[in-house]
Design a protein around this ligand. Structure first.
Ligand code: F6R
Length: 602
């Protein structure tokens, strides 16, 4: 999740930028950079890794007097996390930072390259600065050149540009990615969220989509498609911790709401019109591979289980899933026609890492699905697919699980394409459904309010069973894990068809059953399983697009056409249910007792 800061004024700029970027660290990043123009001279520093690396590089530099400045933390999307790909990106005499994605960048880049422009990075962002300079070289008018540049951009962006051609101005534009302007006397600040400017600016204006403009001499000129625009500033909040949570009560809650947005990042550049493309995978990764084994722990194990259903059903490749801590000591028989996949949010989980090392020693090809680039698991693997969830602060994993599952769905289609085990019709159907996922992850006020009200009936009892079949069995496991992690209530995930083989003995009105009843997958089968429980007086909370008259509580979902859309929609319901129960019980949702975010011990 990239971050932007900017400042124009007399104050020392390096510290303002670095402090501002530090406030954005919690969003996650893999490189950072700053650019300052003072006395018409440009200074630029970039570093890969922690912000401290950038601090070290800029140690002997301080700015003095009036100047303009921009800074950025980058979370790699287009191109690897290298210094060249870090922002600010340069042209001949200008610098730009950008969050979001320029969808038509390839087209713009090719046009500029034909005209002899040399690109240094693999990013979409660099196009902005070259386009600006091309316009400026033709007009010698910086504002006109910037507005013409913005007109050409398609996609989502929040961007700041500074140039030696007009060294006392910062140009800005926003469409689809957040950006705000902070004010304090003649000082003007920019940032992609409140936290970098809290304590510095006193007033703020939150830019709206389609707005762009420039700031000079302490004034901000704002425009949109209708021309120049007036705007009203508001008082800036002073509570940083609150601002980091973007107004949500807990990071976990924020992360649940973020899933719809984050999923676009996960799919970006990978879900194409008629195929899946992973530019990070070598064409020969699947050569001589006729079997897949996935190893992971906890929530990541649940995404692995979901993936195994998809890989076998759609890609027609045998797939086994193992809990990493078990795999390590079972003396597994490993065959070299097996692709060994590890899944880990952190990339540092000791059991998963050790399982991977075992597979590597046995000579297997390895692929990791991970949220943290350069983590131990990524470095140890032959290939890696990053989930691009952004940093996850809540200890109970939500958006990491959603993006892992999405990557496995995409990987399934990729394997099916390579192995030619999917018809063009089915591939198209899957891709169409996939593109709908961000919508299925939207949390409506109505849903959240309903779950909040209903949660008060589930604070006692002698336990929960989350039940589902097929793909919805791993989701039941994950729903139960979420609940137990943050509510400390006992919860189990179970295949609904298995209840009659023992656990049904527990059924009474104090046994709460959360039934995942998708319409698009075995509806009638799971319905009879739930009926059996209802007949024994279990309390049923049913989640389904189909009204279910035996339910004591009912959450009606919307997507009944594709199992994965139902999966993601029901996942959100289980996450919010756990959240609301935990809040009612007065627990610390983000830091549940006895748990750590990254388990680096055996
Ligand atoms: C649950 C949770 C854990 C992790 C597990 C593996 O909410 O977060 O179960 O999934 O500890 O961690 P990673 O994915 O970092 O390997």
């Amino acid at each position: 999740m990239c971050g932007i800061v900017g400042y124009i004024g007399q104050k020392e700029k390096k510290e303002i930028l670095l402090d501002g970027l530090q406030e954005l660290e919690y969003r996650g990043y893999d490189s950072a950079g700053i650019a300052v123009i003072e006395n018409k001279h440009l200074k630029n520093f970039k570093a890969v890794g922690r912000l401290q690396n950038l601090r070290d590089k800029t140690d002997s530099y301080t700015s003095s007097g009036f100047g303009v400045s921009i800074g950025h933390t980058r979370w790699a999307t287009h191109g690897k996390p290298t210094e060249l790909n870090a922002h600010p990106h340069r042209g001949e005499y200008s610098f730009v930072v950008h969050n979001g994605i320029i969808e038509n960048y390839q087209e713009l880049k090719t046009e500029l390259q034909k005209e002899g422009v040399k690109f240094l990075s693999q990013t979409d962002t660099e196009t902005i600065v070259h386009l600006f300079e091309k316009n400026y070289n033709a007009t010698s008018n910086a504002w006109e050149s910037f507005s013409k540049t913005i007109e050409k951009l398609e996609g989502a962006y929040a961007t700041l540009l500074i140039t030696e051609a007009e060294a006392e101005t910062i140009f800005f534009a926003k469409n689809g990615s957040p950006m705000l302007i902070g004010f304090n006397g003649d000082d003007v600040y920019f940032a992609s969220s409140d936290t970098p400017i809290i304590g510095k600016a006193t007033e703020v204006y939150y830019l709206e989509d389609g707005e762009y403009g420039y700031t000079k001499d302490g004034k901000v000129m704002l425009f949109n498609a209708d021309g120049e625009k007036s705007f009203t500033k508001q008082t800036l909040a002073t509570d940083k911790a609150m601002a980091q949570k973007d107004g949500y009560r807990f990071f976990m809650e924020k992360e649940i709401y973020e899933q719809t947005q984050v999923m676009n990042d996960t799919m970006m550049g990978r879900v194409l019109e008629s195929k899946i493309d992973f530019e990070e995978l070598d064409a020969n990764l699947l050569e001589n591979i006729s079997n897949i084994k996935i190893c992971a722990c906890g929530t990541s194990y649940h995404s692995a289980l979901t993936g195994s259903y998809l890989l076998e059903r759609i890609a027609k490749i045998p797939c086994q899933v193992e809990i990493a801590s078990e795999f390590r000591y079972k003396e597994p028989l490993l065959r070299d026609d097996t692709l060994f996949i590890t899944i880990s949010q952190s990339g540092e989980t000791a059991d998963t890492l050790e399982a991977l090392k075992m597979a590597n020693r046995a000579g297997l090809k390895s692929l990791s699905i991970c949220n943290v680039d350069n983590s131990s698991i990524v470095r140890e693997s032959d290939a890696a697919i990053l989930t691009r969830a952004g940093i996850e602060k809540g200890v109970a994993s939500t958006k990491a699980f959603a993006t892992q599952t999405m990557v496995l769905w995409m990987l399934t289609l990729y394997v099916a394409q390579v192995k030619k085990t999917i018809t063009p019709e089915l591939l198209k159907e899957e891709l169409d459904a996939m593109r709908h996922t961000p919508k299925a992850l939207l949390v409506t006020d109505k849903l959240h309010t309903k779950l909040n009200r209903l949660s008060k009936r589930y604070l006692h009892g002698h336990g929960f069973f989350f039940i589902g079949r097929d793909l919805f069995f791993p989701l039941a496991l994950e729903g139960a894990l979420k609940l137990k992690e943050i509510s400390y209530l006992h919860a189990e995930g179970y295949p609904s068809g298995e209840m009659k083989h023992g656990p049904i003995a527990l059924a009474d009105s104090e046994l709460f059953t959360v039934a995942l009843m998708p319409k698009s997958l075995h509806y009638e089968k799971i319905k009879s399983n739930v009926e059996e429980l209802s007949a024994r007086d279990a309390t049923i909370l049913a989640i389904s697009p189909e009204p279910f008259e035996l339910a004591d509580d009912f959450i009606q979902t919307i997507y009944g056409t594709h199992p994965m859309l139902e999966f993601f929609e029901m996942m959100v319901v289980t996450q919010i249910l756990a959240l609301e129960i935990s809040i009612r019980l007065g627990n610390d949702v983000d830091m549940p007792r006895n748990l750590a975010k990254s388990v680096t011990v055996e």
